[in-house]
Design a protein around this ligand. Structure first.
Ligand SMILES: NC(=O)c1ccc[n+]([C@@H]2O[C@H](COP(=O)([O-])OP(=O)(O)OC[C@H]3O[C@@H](n4cnc5c(N)ncnc54)[C@H](OP(=O)(O)O)[C@@H]3O)[C@@H](O)[C@H]2O)c1
Length: 326
């Protein structure tokens, strides 16, 4: 007799923009039960639950964490609340899928990792790009040497965001909002760099507005441009002696990728496509797969990966942490 994999019961903390996007993909998956949602506003909790057919709703995150019928909590509260919500979820015996960036600093992320490990609970940062099939294919192309040894990577990630008071304390600068995707992308392809150099501009409150980052690898330079002061191309390009890959906007969850291989009989040009929000759906599929298989971390987005990326992010923000630029 074939046994069905167990169903995974989801709880949501946060009902904002990304929760709306994430739930759309999750709801269609086999093995996913939308168990409960929590909002600070009871009417909002009831509305979100009704709209997306959650079985129940709560007026506080604390009540949701105490609910015994939940296996995993999807945390999409503001970045400064991730730490508190992740610890509470874990201490109530729940697995965690937490929106990017997982924590405002490496120190806080280590505490979450230790909490998850000491309780044998699954824990993962919701980094959608690592679960997009085009990004996964791009990594395969790089790792199999189809471009030859990669020489250069260029990533742009920027949107216009209004200045916010206390953006620094709320981890709402350009690096936490956007830079983590660019760093995670390059780290996914090549791992941690040998060296990092960065220039950062800050506003008068000390929140980072833009960053130009270079990551140095043996024989390869990755150049990252990150800003919250305007829209960039939001594309990523990878170049080697035998060809190039272009991930079109938004490279963080792309729908289009072009692969050009040059030279002799191997010469080819391919355009590949993915469904909208394929990465967002993919991270839900991966969470369910890991929980059903009894894994405590995803091999595609481990806590060591999150820490390595947070370490780079902290290093970028430490490069020029001395107030406004002239
Ligand atoms: N993966 C992605 O592509 C992606 C995209 C955008 C954002 N994100 C990340 O996801 C997180 C949420 O982003 P978002 O754009 O969805 O934000 P948002 O629209 O502001 O939603 C955040 C939600 O968190 C809840 N919340 C809980 N405690 C809160 C507090 N103290 N203050 C304000 N809200 C609180 C609110 O829901 P209630 O009012 O119902 O309590 C709010 O709707 C951020 O960490 C962000 O970096 C990821």
């Amino acid at each position: 007799m074939v046994t069905q994999p167990r169903e995974i019961r989801w709880g949501f903390v946060g009902t904002g923009g990304i929760a709306e996007e994430f739930v759309a993909g999750l709801a269609s998956l086999d093995g996913a039960i939308l168990q409960a949602v929590a909002s600070r506003d009871p009417r909002n909790a009831a509305q979100f639950a009704k709209k997306h057919r959650f079985l129940s709703h709560y007026d506080s995150a604390a009540d949701l964490f105490a609910c015994p019928s939940i296996d995993v909590v999807y945390i999409s509260s503001p970045t400064v609340s991730h730490r508190e919500h992740a610890h509470l979820a874990l201490r109530n015996g729940k697995a965690v899928l937490c929106e990017k960036p997982f924590a405002p600093s490496c120190d806080e992320l280590r505490k979450i990792r230790d909490d998850a490990r000491s309780r044998d609970l699954f824990c993962m940062e919701a980094m959608r790009l690592r679960f997009n099939p085009l990004v996964v294919e791009c990594r395969r192309i790089v790792q199999e040497g189809i471009l030859g040894p990669v020489q250069a990577i260029s990533v742009e990630m920027g949107y216009m965001k209004p200045p916010e008071p206390h953006a620094r304390e709320r981890a709402k600068g350009a690096m936490h909002r956007f830079g983590c995707y660019a760093l995670s992308f390059v780290h996914f392809l090549l791992g941690s760099p040998a060296r990092l150099a960065a220039d950062v501009t800050f506003d008068e409150e000390g929140a980072d507005l833009s960053a130009a980052i270079q990551l140095f690898y043996p024989n390869c330079i990755a150049r990252l441009l990150v800003t919250m002061r305007g829209r960039t191309s939001n594309e990523a390009t990878i170049v080697g002696p035998l060809g190039s890959v272009l991930l079109k906007a938004p490279f963080l969850d792309p729908q289009h990728m072009r692969v050009d291989v040059v030279g002799g009989a191997q010469e080819s040009s391919r355009c590949l496509k993915a469904a909208p929000r394929a990465g967002l759906r993919g991270e839900a599929v991966e969470t369910i797969r890991c929980l059903q298989a009894g894994l405590l971390e995803s091999p595609s987005m481990s806590l060591a990966d999150s820490l390595a990326i947070q370490n780079l992010l902290d290093a970028v923000l430490a490069t020029k942490d001395n107030g406004p630029t002239a």
